[in-house]
Design a protein around this ligand. Structure first.
Ligand code: ATP
Ligand code: MG
Length: 567
């Protein structure tokens, strides 16, 4: 798998860069430290790629550092499988975190201590209202909340009750620790937010040591401060929570002039994709897709398995930019990044997805020759390869018609085409099965046309790809299309009903040129005239090779399966 350098710059002038520039100019910090803080409750998706490129990109561009921190405060949903996949995805995107990965759970002892600090100052209390009552007391956007009857307990009593919570003396839901802020605040998150809740649940790292777990808002800011984060960048839905972020840090002994600050940017939303781990997990759990890394999923692992490159994803994140404007990015933006990168860099090969036998009657049965083909049309340095040619070859079924109109630039009876990197041929006749399907085409080849025009000056109508029938390698090729039929599946009442039933078609009898027999994993090829393809890692050991279509050569969504419109 490629571990490339990440030289693309985040576009100058994004507002977070302006803030950092000012902070550095004013001497607030001498260097920056950012962090990427995923919750290990699912695989990362394209939205996370944006956050990764932003956080690691800022650290890289400013000569700073970026931490990877697993925000693992909810034992019910978290798992080490997710931890491992997240690390693999960040590395694959081309980024390196500073030191070891961090875990919020590493700070459970410290967090407990800071909660005690708040209690001692009379700024937190143990509440024994039920979760429903707490919700009811909280009020609404238009009406203030009400104080809990437990709000005015003395610090000593709260300390004892908090210890009792920690020691398992309360049932789940019977007590929680709340900050004492302002039940009438216009920011609902400031209406005595819950800081700790009871959960008798094993944690993937701390086991059964704790039965109380800190909430995100309490954990995140303290974890940032403990790690010396300078700029804590998150998505806009946390905008209001910034008040709480600041409040917590300002009221504990960790507070300092160079404490971290939170800045928000708009989430990435991408057409035809889900960017919610919860919904992606549903697709996996209910078997709609072949795992988190199904090539149709907008997960980083899915896009990797599909053959997208890290450079294309970084380019995409850079093209969409960083703003505070909510918007939905068109799928074509991502697809163009993938095509641009692959067009410049993917090695070329020939493969026939739906084979049709073609016999060159005037080519001797016992002869074979090697034809030379460049691995990339513009990049000589990528070298050439040899392709075997013989009397029987395979072409794509779509590349032959008995008769066709002038728009059809492929093989027809009595018309000339060139075999890519080979000879000019002319179709003379064809054989059909009982249903009238063409099963074999008989041709004549012109021996003097290798790298040369027809001697009689006749013009060739087109060029078609082919594979030697004798030497070709059989393969199964998965042809992927968009997983959803509507641009915004996440907004649908039932997003499962918007799944595209034709998002996967399988070309089960494909044949590859022999050089692909040794095709390594993690490389995406252009199969000439067909699109971009890579080997499926999940089927690396299968007796028959399996390839995934990364993307078609041109946008063909909603058109025919292979993006062809034969006349
Ligand atoms: P999800 O809703 O898919 O579970 P999340 O925000 O809960 O996403 P986290 O694991 O908490 O997922 O996210 C880690 C980081 O990635 C956070 O800083 C979050 O803001 C950022 N992030 C998540 N989704 C997006 C997105 N669509 N666009 C940009 N950043 C995102
Ligand atoms: Mg989250």
């Amino acid at each position: 798998m490629s571990e490339e350098k990440t030289e693309e710059k985040i576009p100058a002038g994004n507002f977070i860069r302006q803030i950092i520039d000012e902070d550095l100019a004013q001497g607030k910090f001498t260097s920056i430290r950012t962090r990427f803080p995923p919750e290990p409750n699912g695989y990362l998706h394209i939205g996370h790629a944006k956050s990764i490129c932003l956080n690691f990109g800022l650290a890289r561009d400013y000569g700073g550092l970026c931490n990877l921190r697993f925000d693992d405060t909810n034992p019910a949903k978290e798992d080490t499988e997710y931890v491992d996949s997240i690390m693999e995805d960040v590395r694959w995107l081309g980024f390196t975190w500073d030191g070891e990965p961090h875990y919020s759970s590493d700070y459970f002892d410290k967090l407990y201590g800071y909660a005690v600090e708040l209690i001692r100052q009379g700024l937190a209390y143990v509440d024994e209202l039920s979760p429903d009552e707490i919700r009811e007391y909280r009020g609404t956007l238009t009406s203030p909340g009400r104080n809990s009857p437990y709000r005015d307990r003395a610090p000593e009593e709260n300390l004892a009750l908090f210890a009792k919570m920690r020691d398992g003396g309360f049932q789940e839901g019977k007590a929680c620790l709340r900050a004492k802020i302002d039940m009438a605040s216009s920011f609902i998150c400031m209406r005595d937010p819950v800081l700790y809740r009871i959960k008798f649940q094993s944690h993937h790292r701390t086991g059964d040591r704790w039965c109380i777990y800190p909430m995100y808002d309490f954990t995140h800011c303290i974890s940032d401060a403990l790690e010396g984060i300078t700029h804590s960048v998150c998505t806009l839905e946390f905008q209001d929570n910034r008040r709480l972020y600041d409040w917590v840090l300002e009221h504990i002994s960790l507070n300092s002039p160079d404490r971290p600050h939170q800045y928000e940017f708009s989430r990435l939303n991408l057409e035809y994709c889900l960017t919610s781990k919860r919904k992606l997990k549903l697709l996996v759990d209910q078997g709609y897709v072949d795992g988190w890394d199904d090539p149709r999923m907008a997960t980083i692992s899915g896009m990797r398995r599909r053959g997208f490159t890290p450079a294309a994803l970084r380019d995409f994140c850079s093209r969409v930019g960083v703003t505070r404007q909510e918007n939905v990015v068109e799928m074509s933006v991502l697809e163009n990044c993938v095509r641009d990168d692959l067009n410049s860099n993917a090695p070329r090969a020939m493969a026939v997805l739906h084979p049709l036998r073609l016999v060159i009657d005037n080519y001797p049965e016992d002869r074979e020759e090697m034809l030379s083909a460049p691995n990339h049309p513009q990049k000589e340095e990528m070298g050439t390869r040899e392709i075997p040619f013989c009397r029987e070859i395979l072409i794509d079924q779509a590349d032959f018609r008995e008769t066709a109109n002038k728009q059809y630039k492929r093989l027809t009876l009595d018309r000339l085409v060139r075999l890519r990197y080979g000879y000019v041929i002319q179709a003379d006749s064809c054989e059909k099965d009982a249903e009238g399907n063409v099963i074999c085409v008989h041709c004549t080849y012109y021996p003097e046309t290798l790298g040369a025009e027809m001697p009689d000056g006749r013009k060739v109508k087109g060029v078609i790809h082919w594979v030697s029938a004798r030497h070709g390698v059989p393969a199964v090729v998965n042809l992927y299309d968009r997983l959803f039929l509507v641009p915004n599946p996440g907004a649908a009442e039932d997003f499962l009903s918007t799944i595209n039933p034709d998002s996967l078609t399988v070309a089960g009898n494909a044949v590859l040129e022999p050089s692909l027999r040794e095709a390594p994993l993690g490389v995406t090829w252009q199969f000439e005239r067909e699109g971009y393809f890579c080997r499926d890692v999940r089927h690396a050991g299968d007796p028959v090779m399996v390839f995934n279509r990364t993307i078609t050569l041109k946008d063909s969504f909603g058109k025919t399966e292979a993006g062809k419109s034969p006349a």
